[in-house]
Design a protein around this ligand. Structure first.
Ligand code: MD3
Ligand code: FE
Length: 226
């Protein structure tokens, strides 16, 4: 009989192991870890808080300094939000679309990011910025480095929700071969230290429907930017 979480006759010691075959924590770089499903127990609190943030700062597509409209739509919360326009990439205190300060980072976002950083060996992570990326099928993020933060001492914590993604974890030069890391709903990746300036990107998201999130992938990227 197939495991059915609602049927007590199949609730045995192996049931949970069958549900989650992937290792709980996977090291992908010297100081980078995938925490599989880490965010799942938090989502009941995270998703309503996300709706509140997005009501104040809706997703919008931005234009790169090179003049290209990004396929990924963005929002932010925290004291600093990441933006791009034809003049360049930068962190701002205000949402350029509303002129208002970016929405406050919900406490549950902060706590989740700090707990994930700790689980990967980074004590006392204090993010001041959460970039929220929305991918619809076909959207991608080309290989790049994150270099707009004041200091590279703090790690970066990334939370994946919704449709699966193939994450590209590259080297320190664009030309180096990338590792491919599949990321599913609820996975968290923490990167820091020597891996902080690695090239990275996301392959185009495949068509699909996620039961909880619909036809999209949402990624939170927590940073100490200021
Ligand atoms: C790896 N976002 O917003 S997670 C980005 O899934 C970005 O939306 C991707 O890259 C996404 O800049 C990837 C974040 C991430 C951030 C910094 C990194 C991955 C990283 C630094 C080094 C290696
Ligand atoms: Fe990035």
């Amino acid at each position: 009989m197939r495991y059915d979480p609602m049927n007590p006759t199949t609730l045995d010691l192996f049931a949970d192991a069958e549900l989650e075959q992937r290792p709980r924590r996977d090291q992908i770089g010297e100081q980078s870890y995938v925490l599989r499903g880490f965010a799942l127990p938090w989502l009941e609190r995270v998703l309503p808080a996300l709706q509140t943030v997005l009501a104040a700062a809706p997703f919008r597509q931005m234009v790169t300094p090179g003049g290209f409209t990004m396929s990924v739509a963005l929002s932010s919360c925290g004291t600093l939000g990441w933006t791009t326009d034809p003049r360049g990439y930068r962190y701002t205190h205000h949402d350029p679309q509303t002129g208002q300060p970016w929405p406050t980072m919900p406490e549950v976002f902060f706590e989740l990011a700090q707990a994930a950083a700790r689980a990967a060996g980074f004590a006392d992570f204090v993010p001041d910025s959460c970039l929220i990326n929305r991918y619809i099928p076909g959207a991608k993020m080309s290989l790049h480095q994150d270099k707009d933060e004041k200091s590279y001492a703090a790690p970066i914590v990334s939370v994946s929700l919704g449709l699966p993604a193939m994450f590209l974890f590259g080297g320190f030069e664009r030309s180096e071969k990338s590792q491919r890391v599949p990321l599913l709903h609820g996975d968290i990746v923490v990167w820091g230290g020597v891996d902080r300036l690695r090239f990275h990107g996301v392959l185009p998201i495949k068509e699909g429907q996620h039961p909880r999130m619909g036809e999209q992938r949402i990624n939170f990227t927590f940073r100490t930017a200021g």
